[in-house]
Design a protein around this ligand. Sequence first.
Ligand code: HEM
Length: 494
Amino acid sequence: MDLLITVILVIISLATFIYNYFQKKFSYWKDRGVVHLKPSFPLGNLSLKQPHFTEFMVDIYKHKGETSLVGIYFMTKPIVIPIGLDLIQNILVKDFNSFHGRGMYVNEVDDPLSAHMFSLDGERWKLIRTKLSPTFTSGKMKNMFSTVVTVAERFVETLDDIIKLESQLEVNDLLGRFTTDVIGSCAFGIECNSLKDPNSRFRHYGKRFLDEQPLPLIMHIIIVLYPDLARKLHIRALRKDVTNFFLDTVRKTVEYRKGNDIQRNDFMDLLIQMTKDSNEDGKLTLEQIAAQASLFFFAGFETSSSVMTFCLYELALNQDIQEKARQEIVQVLASHDGILTYEGMQQMTYLEKIINETLRKYPSVPFLIRSTVRDYTVPDSKIVIEKGTLLFIPVHSIQHDPEIYTSPELFDPERMSAEQIKSRHPMSFLAFGDGPRNCIGMRFGKMQTKIGLIALLKHYRFSTCSKTPNPILFDPKKGVLTSKDGIFLDIKKI
Ligand code: HEM
């Protein structure tokens, strides 16, 4: 009997302790007078149903006008969703010194590839960003231009054979193979034709990295809530075989190039230069260059194939816009003796507007992440965002706000004319982020997207078919914006 009473008392005390613990944690935003979503025990505002981030944001973004930020909870961890454009400009640009963190999990010991520019913070991020910035100048893009054009030409040749057998194809997979080949070539110097060779190792490991969650949910929770503990437990964010593949590929490429004195004007060349820096502090190790090269691969191929996919989808729905884009391509090519040059590509201004409008409607990265590196008082308020707090900036909601873009579901490239852009708040378009931590690969991403679209629109007409989804449902399991059921289009040779 005594034992039973003791057990009951222990259970009651434990339940009271847990209840009080969560009550305290879940009163964080209320105590600070911040508009917030009501949390539920024990997941806070996480849901097992896992809606897509864009849907989750709807309830938050409707507070716009009433407040410049909304508080939510990831389990017990408070997260800020800034929704006022002036506050967002402070975070990304004006007060960047308080917000240069990304707050992501890095475990360099067990997972050397996790120490890349996207997730590093502090001085190490600054050092790598400064060293890698010259890699992405327009001069460097011009040097890589012909490599990308060659990949696009090879892609079209293979596609010619494929559509002879089947004209209704899933374009996201198709374009993922194109961008895999481009980044494989420019970041690793490896010639792969993953469209011809479905077993291409680059495609295999690229997909394995993005498609399959290597960790059970509990591990994710430990990583987010207790990163120090996660490191002590040797939790890796990347699969071991994926890490080994990229480390091994970089090691072999570096040895081969150094041994044979080979120069190719690509990212790998520029990274190899950084292993030879005379200043010891600035020198990158093999693991560090492998981390950056793999980041270029992961950051570059799905983002660009996502924008190309949604672009072809909209062009299939809007045949008049597709035809106008094709006319521009044909005319500009004719004025350059039928050859695609860097200058010619830049003269295709209508295509540029189409790509930007696609990125407005379908931002490949639907939210930006920052973390505070010191306490920050929100201007004209008493709200303090504490050091170490994560912030998610809702790009998709902003770019679908009817007060900023009338009839936001309408695909209208003219919204991206210079005059219309000038008339909007500078934070109205955030598809590449903004400020000193924006997308470093923007020029390259746009270049490969344009080259791919030019090659495709010149040779093929895209139309919807019975399998084309309308409307599109986004896949909640993917970080990059992706249609859940793929995007099938009918492709006809012109
Ligand atoms: C159309 C294609 C692309 C889109 C839409 C895109 C979008 C983005 C966005 C939204 C961010 C976060 C920016 C921020 O937090 O303010 C980002 C970061 C980044 N992107 Fe891209 N990206 C693209 C292509 C590329 C390519 C091709 C590369 C490399 C070859 C690349 C490398 C990076 C890197 C390294 C970062 C992290 C920068 C840092 O933390 O300092 N991206 N990208």
